[in-house]
Write a protein that binds this ligand. Structure first.
Ligand SMILES: *Cc1c(COP(=O)(O)O)cnc(C)c1O
Length: 410
């Protein structure tokens, strides 16, 4: 008899986006003449950079002849891409990585979800709240999260670190002992960041207490301000305590192409029960070689092209487009007296609901009065209650029109 992994049965359904869709559909049926602007989009919308398109065409051509055809590539990624990553994303920041410390993948979701494979099931996990759901759900699936308390919406073996306006969205070091902590900066959903000094506190805490930091830097390319670390390895000692996840999804519009990478430094170790230290790079390499057969050659050539001078210029243009949207939205919302966080170093705006109303009430109000759709903050965790997330991934004209409507009607 085949038995299922019963940890999966503990996962509550993920209803956030279907609940939103239902509400929007109901509105459309009862208000067929009103047009809706969606500012809840969690996906990029601008087309791929030309440099990437050209690189992919060229790579496809190579597949047509025996001399240049490529089959299986290295599981860890092609040298040409790994070298471009090290040379462009790390060396200019004074971070020296060896090619074997970089693992190319098919996006950051896979690796942030899979990294738990190399960690014992009974490690205790810390997360910021609100949160990108992959961090928790992937731990639930292997039993590491414990049991769900339906009242609070929290898992028994997960320590939640609230990030709200009250603490300026800076998670406090937990009192309870944890073994692994997920940090995502710039943050989805709040759009907030940590300064170097704030991130250093976490690195120092991790080093002093033998904690592994899983650092998601998917929005690194959106950082505008000077004192915000692009990589956790800008902090001294971080190579001994942190794995970093990067993605080309938000950087270069690769959400459909699928490519990212994970850095597992050579000096990073974790313990066995007997106290022996094991390099995590070695374990992750073994895991990838067994379960992953590499990102497609065509995709990796596209990713390499991001690092050409044309590629860099083109991705910057797109990022500027989104960040101008973010500025227009932030200014528009603030002019109505709303309190808005994020949107400066990230394409997300985290808006405090007026008069302390709930996330869902404000969602309804925005939908019915301004015909604008956001994402209720409570959908990202208990501490998201009282907020709504807007994204800057929409069309410019829609952003402008949405702000007008909010100003006039709310
Ligand atoms: C979008 C996003 C990613 C990137 O995921 P991919 O699988 O690379 O597309 C990673 N982390 C967070 C927090 C995100 O919002």
């Amino acid at each position: 008899m085949a038995l299922v992994n019963e940890h999966f049965l503990k996962l509550p359904g993920s209803y956030l986006f279907s609940d939103i869709a239902k509400k929007v559909n109901t509105f459309k049926i009862t208000h067929p003449k009103q047009d809706i602007i969606r500012l809840g989009i969690g996906d990029v919308t601008r087309p791929l950079p030309k440099a990437c398109i050209e690189a992919m065409h060229k790579a496809v051509e190579e597949m047509t002849s025996v001399e240049t055809f490529r089959g299986y590539g290295p599981e860890q990624g092609y040298d040409f891409l790994i070298e471009a990553i090290i040379k462009n994303d790390y060396a200019p920041r004074g971070i020296h990585l060896s090619p074997t410390e970089v693992f190319v993948n098919d996006g950051a979701k896979s690796d942030t979800g899979n990294i738990g494979d190399i960690l014992r099931h009974d490690n205790s996990v810390g997360v910021t709240d609100p949160i990108y759901p992959v961090y928790i759900d992937s731990n639930v699936m292997c039993g590491r999260a414990g049991v769900l308390d339906t009242q609070s919406g929290k898992w028994s073996n997960v320590t939640y670190m609230p990030c709200t306006a009250e603490n300026h969205f800076i998670p406090a070091i937990p009192e309870k002992r944890i073994d692994i902590v997920y940090l995502c900066y710039p943050n989805n959903p709040t759009g907030t960041t940590l300064t170097k000094a704030e991130l250093k506190k976490w690195v120092d805490y991790a080093l002093a207490n033998d904690i592994l930091i899983l650092f998601d830097a998917a929005y690194e390319a959106y950082i505008r301000e000077p004192d915000i670390p692009h990589s956790i390895y800008e902090i001294k000692g971080a190579k001994k305590c942190a794995i970093e996840f990067r993605s080309f999804s938000k950087t270069a519009g690769f959400t459909g192409i699928r490519c990212g990478y994970t850095v597992v430094p050579k000096e990073l170790t974790a313990a066995t029960l007997e106290g022996e230290r094991i390099p995590l790079n070695q374990l992750w390499n073994r895991r990838q070689c067994t379960k992953f057969n590499g990102t497609s050659y065509i995709t990796q050539r596209a990713a390499e092209a991001i690092y050409t001078s044309e590629g860099k210029e083109q991705i910057q243009e797109t990022i500027n487009y989104y960040m101008t949207n973010a500025r227009i939205m932030k200014e528009g919302l603030e002019s109505t007296g709303l309190k808005v966080y994020g949107g400066v170093n990230a394409p997300y705006l985290w808006v405090k609901t007026p008069n302390g109303i709930s996330s869902w009430r404000f969602f309804d109000q925005m939908l019915y009065e301004a015909n604008v759709v956001g994402t209720p903050g409570v959908g990202f965790g208990p501490s998201g209650e009282g907020y709504i997330r807007l994204t800057a991934f929409g069309e410019r004209d829609d952003c402008i029109e949405a702000m007008q409507r909010i100003k006039n009607r709310l």
